[in-house]
Design a binder for this molecule. Structure first.
Ligand code: FE2
Ligand code: FE2
Length: 505
């Protein structure tokens, strides 16, 4: 058995470090004694001012007092408390953060969007600030060309290429102004494309000749750090990741689904593997919906959306009751399509079995201490065309880019509608141990800086609409992940039940 408390302690210390905070020993101890240490840590980061370098015991106590009245101090001696802590049963499922935080507060749409982008800029700026690569960091309005070099943080407003030499001219905005910068062709900074509305840090050199635009000598993205240690479950418990059930579609793969059910019930091959599974995560498009694309009714077996959720309830009730099922919506589900999407409303969850936990799209939660970021993946439709070489067949490449940007759907005004919320719920924070998406109906597994990337297949055969858009699905796959090691067993239920070779990443 691994040292759970030690792992969690390290996880928390690293989380605070990433936000440039040092956590005092007494504060850490109090955090670890809480039943939701990750949620509480996140609250502390949200509450703390950027300038305060320490997280103190008083700060934790204040956060706790706000949550539940008087502080309950741990009734154990200061030493040995962590080692003696029971295996983290309380951590089994912890919802850390939902992208959707409530309806917009501003009444003017422009004010609301400006609040959203300010929130994004602050959240991602917090991750970039203080890096040695971004020396002499200044607001754009305070840059002085006479200084020779400086760094700025900015949100990408536009990118264009110079006609002759094919250098990039990138326009960046911060809270004080905007600036054109030149990224020389072939320089390291030009290797990764600048995507609209992502937040970057750049190091600039000012040319001696007055009036010439500053040149970029280095680009920093928020990214996930290389030295992080993933969260680990105390014992070998597993989670199975699914997506895009599309219940109600004529092309729902009922036979394959039945094989999945049999497997999970321990009546198929690999019964020991099945018995170790405690969680099912479903990354959206739970049902096929209605009116999602032109002439969809021709593809529907169930044309009433409420009935589709009743059928979803029946299908999920076939899975063993002991499983905790976490389900987020996707663009086919009957919630507002603007992202972040709220969780399914009670009218639609009523027919679902009691072991289903619905959450917003995206949501961050911990399964036995392993942090999972679940996002349906609508933004693939914007990111794939925007990134040279990206394709629907390899969504995990785009997911790496999401982690580098620490944002799931930065591009505003294209195919992914963004909700004008005061708080950017599409920022990736905390960094997850597992990032799971769906939407593109393929099966992809990769790893990036210790983060397991999963695109979790579909339970719908190819539809005419997909044929038109040239998307070849990889259906009826499921990723079984050991939460103690993040080792993966990919399963294919499309014809029988078999382990997929070669995608075990
Ligand atoms: Fe889908
Ligand atoms: Fe989708």
């Amino acid at each position: 058995m691994t040292d759970v408390a030690g792992d969690l302690r390290e996880h928390l210390v690293h989380y605070f470090e990433e936000h440039h905070k040092l956590v005092e020993a007494a504060a850490l101890q109090l955090l670890l004694s809480d039943h939701q240490p990750l949620v509480l840590s996140r609250e502390l980061i949200e509450r703390a001012s950027d300038g305060a370098p320490f997280v103190t015991r008083e700060m934790v106590e204040a956060a706790l007092a706000e949550r539940r009245g008087p502080v309950r101090r741990p009734a154990v001696a200061p030493t040995g408390v962590l080692a003696s802590r029971a295996p983290a049963t309380a951590l089994a499922f912890e919802l850390l953060r939902e992208g959707f935080t409530g309806p917009p507060v501003a009444t003017q749409p422009l004010d609301a969007y400006s609040a959203l982008f300010q929130s994004r800029f602050r959240a991602l700026g917090r991750l970039l600030r203080g890096r040695p690569q971004l020396a002499n960091l200044r607001p754009i309005a305070e840059l002085r060309a006479s200084e020779g070099s400086a760094s700025i943080l900015g949100m990408v407003r536009s990118v264009r290429e110079t006609p002759q030499r094919h250098h990039l001219i990138v326009t960046l905005d911060d809270e004080t102004g905007s600036l054109d910068i030149l990224v020389p062709k072939g320089s390291p900074g030009a290797r990764s494309p600048f995507l609209p509305d992502e937040v970057v840090g750049v190091r600039l050199d000012f040319p001696k000749e007055p009036g010439r635009i500053p040149r970029v000598s280095a680009v920093e993205r928020p990214d996930v750090t290389t030295d992080r240690r993933p969260g680990r479950a105390p014992v070998s418990r597993r989670a199975v990741f699914l997506s895009d059930l599309h219940i109600g579609s004529r092309s729902f793969l009922g036979d394959a689904w039945t094989r999945l059910v049999e497997f999970l019930r321990g009546r198929g091959p690999l019964p020991e593997l099945a018995a170790s599974i405690g969680y099912v995560v479903i990354a959206g498009d739970l049902v096929d919906g209605i009116g999602v694309y032109p002439h969809q009714e021709r593809d529907l077996a169930i044309t009433d959306v409420v009935e589709q959720y009743v059928e979803l309830g029946r299908r999920l009730a076939e899975l063993p009751e002991r499983l905790t099922i976490v389900a987020i919506p996707g663009n086919h589900d009957a919630v507002c399509p603007a992202e972040p999407q709220p969780r399914l409303p009670p009218t639609l969850t009523r027919p679902l079995p009691p072991n289903v936990r619905v959450a917003a799209n995206p949501s961050t939660f911990a399964l036995e201490g392993v942090v999972v970021e679940a996002y349906h993946g609508r933004s693939f439709d914007d990111l794939i065309p925007a990134i040279p070489g990206a394709s629907y067949a390899r969504p995990t490449d785009v997911m790496k880019r999401m982690l580098q940007m620490r944002h799931l759907a930065p591009i505003y005004g294209d195919r992914t509608p963004l909700a004008p919320l005061p708080y950017d719920g599409l920022v990736i924070d905390p960094a997850p141990d597992i990032l799971v998406t769906g939407h593109v109906h393929t099966f992809g597994v990769d790893r990036y800086r210790g983060v397991l990337l999963l695109n979790a297949s579909t339970w719908q055969a190819e539809t005419e609409y997909q044929r038109m858009r040239n998307i070849a699905p990889v259906p009826a796959h499921a990723a079984v992940v050991d939460l103690a090691t993040l080792a993966l067993v990919p399963l294919d239920f499309s014809e029988g039940t078999r382990v997929v070779e070669g995608t075990g990443a």
